[in-house]
Write a protein that binds this ligand. Structure first.
Ligand SMILES: [Zn+2]
Length: 398
């Protein structure tokens, strides 16, 4: 279905999804809802409950979930888009559409750093950020929302630059440390200016990702005090364990665990956050496209990895990729509740998984099979072309 037109210009639709077997809220405080039906009017959730208790009349689209599970659309907190649905890093087309088939309905740029010839002068980097914000706001492959336009800090930027960027619609910074600013004092000053004008910041953590980037250790992360401790498990090279635990303990900022990082370090960060009873700080990303390619299933792989090896129940692992990220990133998706964005992923146990149901299969390390993805109340894809096939798949009945 086309998502080229903004939903405002579309006729108001009423979507009824019934016969949901398991309803993931995205909220860590109450990850499974006692409900079997979700109703969306236009691009917003209108009601959630038992079918007998809510008004399902007048539906323009009815979906029989066939007893499968429904979760908020997954959010990838860390991507590196460039332009359109092309990444020059591995020279692939259609990568965003492929992530949609991995259940991702929203992604956040950590900098359009793979742009060939990326400008490093201040006028140029501001122009590129504004261009990327505009272009990705207007261009949504399969309906996926790409929050981009994330300038990388360079020496010489002054407070007025952040004010100007904010006024132009820029809301996020690219990873601190990927540009010429590599000292905590300057980074802290610039991140503070950004915050003053409502621009959120993320810092690269760990060793260099590719030739040309550099080490950011715990002292620089703590001194900079960005809103998100980007890939706390390294991207790829992790900091020593004692530095990772120190970041968990001494900062209150978001702890981002990425697919393109060190998995053992990711499990350490998860465990430390759980011990601190601060699981609400943990958010998930892929940190892709990158040297290790694109990962259409990166977020579901993170959910299964953290759940199977990190000992976190699957329904809570899903919250890390939905409600937690939405809260941290100030997005109105990520939770199943009236008023929130009507973006969903429907999934079931993969065929022939040894798990006895979807939750058990994820906790055994298998990926879920995705049967449908819905964005803004409209069906974007039916059975995923990328996940293992789901045992049962939802059907559009009207
Ligand atoms: Zn990075």
């Amino acid at each position: 279905m086309s998502h080229d037109e903004p939903s405002k210009s579309m006729p108001q639709t009423k979507l009824v999804i019934r016969n949901i077997g398991l309803l993931f809220s995205g909220d860590l405080a109450n990850p499974i809802l006692d409900a079997d039906t979700v109703i969306a009017v236009g691009d917003r959730i209108a009601a959630v409950g038992k079918e007998k208790d809510i008004d399902t009349s007048g539906a323009t689209i009815t979906i029989d979930a066939k007893g499968t599970a429904l979760a908020p659309g997954l959010i990838d907190s860390h991507v590196h888009p460039v332009c359109g649905d092309w990444t020059p890093r591995q020279n692939q087309l259609g990568w965003i559409d492929s992530y949609l088939h991995g259940g991702v309905t929203a992604m956040i740029s950590a900098g359009e750093v793979h742009t060939p010839g990326r400008p490093k002068d201040i006028v140029g980097l501001k122009a590129m950020a504004i261009f990327a914000q505009r272009a990705f706001h207007a261009f949504r492959p399969g309906g996926v929302k790409i929050y981009a336009g994330a300038p990388v800090l360079e020496h010489g930027m002054v407070e007025d630059d952040f004010k100007e960027l904010a006024a132009a619609g820029v809301k996020i910074l690219g990873e601190v440390g990927l540009g010429s600013v590599k000292d905590g004092k300057t980074a802290h000053q610039m991140v503070s200016w950004a915050r003053k004008y409502g621009i959120q910041s993320t810092i690269h953590t760990g060793g260099p990702s590719i030739p040309g980037s550099s080490l950011i250790d715990k002292d620089m992360v703590l001194e900079t005090d960005a809103d998100v401790i980007g890939h706390v498990n390294g991207g790829h090279t992790a900091l020593p364990d004692d530095q990772i635990t120190a970041l968990c303990e001494r900062s209150t900022r978001a702890l981002e665990i990425v697919h393109n990082g060190n998995e053992r370090a990711g499990l350490l960060a998860l465990r430390t956050a759980m011990e601190l009873k601060q699981l609400d700080r943990v958010i998930l990303g892929t940190d892709s496209p990158a040297g290790s390619g694109v990962q259409p299933l990166g977020i579901v792989r993170m959910i299964s990895m953290l759940s199977s090896l990190g000992g976190i129940p699957a329904e809570m692992a899903i919250c890390l990729a939905t409600g937690n990220t939405a809260k941290m990133r100030k997005l109105d998706c990520g939770l199943i509740a009236p008023g929130r964005e009507a973006s969903f992923v429907l999934m079931d146990k993969a065929q022939h998984s040894a798990g006895k149901n979807l939750l058990d299969s994820i906790q055994k390390g298998d990926l879920p099979g995705i049967g449908m993805v819905i964005i803004d109340g409209a069906v974007s894809v039916q059975r995923s072309r990328n996940t293992p096939p789901a045992t049962a798949v939802p059907v559009v009945v009207k």
